[in-house]
Design a protein around this ligand. Structure first.
Ligand SMILES: Cc1cc2nc3c(=O)[nH]c(=O)nc-3n(C[C@H](O)[C@H](O)[C@H](O)COP(=O)(O)O)c2cc1C
Length: 186
């Protein structure tokens, strides 16, 4: 089974993005994957902004990224792009931090006008960090997420179906990558 790290890049304490990410993480954990969620807002702000990789919390977070087999990178869309919080964290990672990893980008936003933001803004950064396989990302409207009641997170049936398909694609990619060494030696 894979170790999956979920990065959530919302600065909000009650975050729709984190609720969505947790929902996807719960689905992945059902398969027996080892899933950990890292909320970037909980990292020390001063160290994050100064790219202080010697800070123990930052260093531990970087180690978590490097140790993971696969990542879910979840962000709110702010000003037509991914969040600044996510950017400062990605900027302090080593250049090959995502090498060999399967990555699923997720975004939440207020308008479908920006549903392509994960493809035009986030995906190129993930590529530059060496991600091996970036599976089809998904944008979910904030009005389709219930992050407060404790009931089902996805309140829209289409969004629920789309996220289930997105998680299935991610799972399949993790399985394919895990099989590659065996296939290569066969
Ligand atoms: C400062 C700010 C800028 C935003 N800019 C956009 C935007 O450009 N496009 C969009 O679709 N949504 C935008 N939104 C809406 C958020 O992306 C949306 O509500 C998201 O689900 C919030 O996620 P969170 O609860 O995890 O912070 C913006 C919200 C804020 C607070």
């Amino acid at each position: 089974m894979a170790s999956i790290l979920i990065l959530t890049g919302s600065p909000s304490a009650r975050s729709r993005t984190s609720a969505l990410a947790q929902h996807v993480g719960d689905e992945l954990a059902l398969d027996g994957h080892d899933v950990t969620l890292l909320a970037l807002r909980e990292l020390p702000a001063q160290a994050l902004l100064a790219a202080d990789t010697a800070d123990p919390d930052i260093a531990a977070a970087v180690r978590q990224v490097i140790a993971a087999d696969a990542l879910v990178v979840a962000t709110p869309i702010y000003k037509a792009s991914y969040s600044g919080l996510l950017k400062v964290f990605l900027d302090l990672l080593p250049q090959s931090a995502l090498q060999g990893k399967v990555v699923l980008p997720l975004a939440t936003g207020g308008t479908v006008a920006h549903l392509l933001a994960i493809d035009y803004s986030l995906r190129p950064v993930l590529v530059s960090l060496g991600a091996r396989h970036i599976t089809t990302g998904r944008f979910v409207l904030d009005t389709h997420i219930d992050h407060v009641s404790g009931g089902p997170v996805l309140v829209d049936e289409t969004a629920r179906d789309c996220i289930a398909r997105t998680a299935a694609g991610f799972r399949a990619a993790i399985g394919e990558v895990a099989l590659e060494p065996a296939l290569a030696s066969a």
